[in-house]
Structures are given as C-alpha cells and as structure tokens.
Design a protein around this ligand. Sequence first.
Ligand code: NI
Length: 176
Amino acid sequence: MKEDLKIYYYGSPILREKLSELEELPEDFDQLVDDMFELMSHEEGIGLSANQVGKDLRFFVADFSLYKDDGIKRVFINPEILESEGETKDEEGCLSLPDITVNVKRSDKIKVRFRDRNFEEHVEEYSGYLSRVIQHETDHLNGTFMTDRISPLKRKLLDNKLKSIAKMAKQELKQS
Ligand code: NI
C-alpha cells in the first residue's frame, strides 16, 4: 500500500457527512482504489466507502467475488439509486462497527446509476445481497449507518457497544 489507509470507526465525524460528488477523477485515484481493495480484503469486508478511510469523495468499492463470477471488483462513483422494488431483511455487518451485526430491512431490487473507475457511466440492476451491499455503502456516502435503520428499541440494546466504538474512534483520531 502506498498510503497508510485505516478504517475510520463509528463516531468519526466524516462518517456522518454527506460526501461531495466527484466531477472528475481525483489525482492518484487508481492508487487509492487499489489500496482500498487491499485494506478491505485484509479486513474481510465486501464493501468499503471512501469516508470509511477518511476521504471526502463520493464513491465506494465492492468485492462481489463471493456472489458473482463476472465483474468481481467494482467501483461505484456518485451512485444514485434510481428505482427500488420489494423488501427483504437480512443480516449486515460493517467495518466501521466492529463486532456488531444487525438485521436490516432493505429494498430487494434496485436500479443504480454510477460511474466506474474509468469514470464511465452505467445503469445496472441488482438484487439480493449485492443490492444490499450497494444500499449499505450508498448510505455511508450520505452519513448513514446500518444502525440508523433498525428500531430505536434494538438500537438501545446496542448503546453500550456503540459508545465504546465511538470512544475508540476518538482515541484513534487523536493519535493521527
Ligand atoms: Ni458499512
């Protein structure tokens, strides 16, 4: 890795920000994307948004190799969910929320417009777990966590865990 990327945890201010749209590819974008894929696979994640590594850039990376044979590693720049249909509930985790899993209601099928790592525009349809990953990561780009999408009662049960993660985030930010 060229840059020493690290995961930003729940409690880091940038994870509550709505990230700025990319009008063009930033300098060293390819390197950043490669580094994010490397970090993500090391941490055993399937999706990672730019603010999860402290960058105010509206994109995320996703590794669909567990679920799809083609187009394994994807970059979604300025993703926009154009249509959604149906509803499913399934378990989710998040690299910014270590040791927490929650059941989250999401749309089943989505149509998403985005730009790829060459800044070419696509409109694609996804369903099942891939659709869920895209929705989870798009949420991150808007400052939303999976834990914002569960009932207040269930969130209350996670209160202590969330507080201790936020405390850890604060300490890490101080060090950097
Ligand atoms: Ni996440």
